[in-house]
Design a binder for this molecule. Structure first.
Ligand SMILES: [Zn+2]
Length: 214
């Protein structure tokens, strides 16, 4: 059997996203982690159109939950700081605009990202480590305020915008799906947020329309 490269790519995508398939479909609401990039996963906290629209960031606590799920927060603050949702949404809009603009060699406003980088910047401390009997540099992020909590997301955006090949940042080709991903496949032919959610749906639709035409 001749295996086309598209088939192989699809399988890689499918295998890579088993967790997503079993816990999230587009019919379920909630965060999805399909982008292969933390900054894009953050932008993807709002996705879909019409009946499939999902907004994952609805209050300060939901932002803390997302940070935990994304692995960006080992210890949750006792109480989500006020203003966390507002800052997160402002940064998400800015991030989305910057990625879109940068893909075509344009600039968009980076103010909010720079503010988070400055005000959320971890402090550094020199500490003695008794176990290794040596000094260690320890970084501390103040997670009791919104800037400290969102600093790793701003950092991820910086990494994406300064080091990633932005032509490999694309939107899922599924109808009414708006999820972005960073295509890290070898062939760079990834087309879907996940094979199970959009890939199969679109392939079935294409098959039906071919049958109709025939
Ligand atoms: Zn999709």
């Amino acid at each position: 059997m001749k295996v086309t490269s598209e088939y192989v790519t699809s399988q890689i995508v499918f295998i890579g996203y088993t967790a997503f398939v079993s816990t999230n479909t587009h019919d379920a609401s909630g965060p999805v982690f399909v982008a292969d990039n933390c900054a894009l996963d953050f932008i993807n906290t709002e996705y879909g159109e019409g009946a499939r629209h999902c907004e994952c960031l609805v209050d300060d606590d939901s932002v803390v939950d997302w940070l935990k799920q994304a692995g960006l927060l080992s210890q949750a603050p006792g109480k989500a700081p006020d203003g966390l949702l507002a800052l997160a949404l402002e940064m998400r809009e800015a991030g989305k605009a910057m990625v879109k603009a940068a893909k075509t060699g344009q600039r968009a406003d980076a103010d909010v990202v720079n503010r988070v980088l400055t005000l959320g910047n971890p402090t550094r401390e020199l500490q003695w480590d008794g176990e290794t009997a040596s000094y260690q540099m320890v970084r501390r992020r103040d997670t009791t305020h919104a800037f400290g909590l969102l600093e790793p997301v701003a950092d991820a955006l910086v990494n994406l915008l300064t080091t990633a090949q932005l032509d490999l940042v694309r939107q899922c080709e599924g109808d009414d799906c708006t999820l972005l991903f960073h295509d890290l496949t070898k062939s760079h032919r990834r087309r879907w947020c996940s094979m199970a959610a959009c890939g199969n749906r679109m392939k079935v639709a294409a098959f039906r329309s071919r049958q109709k035409a025939g």
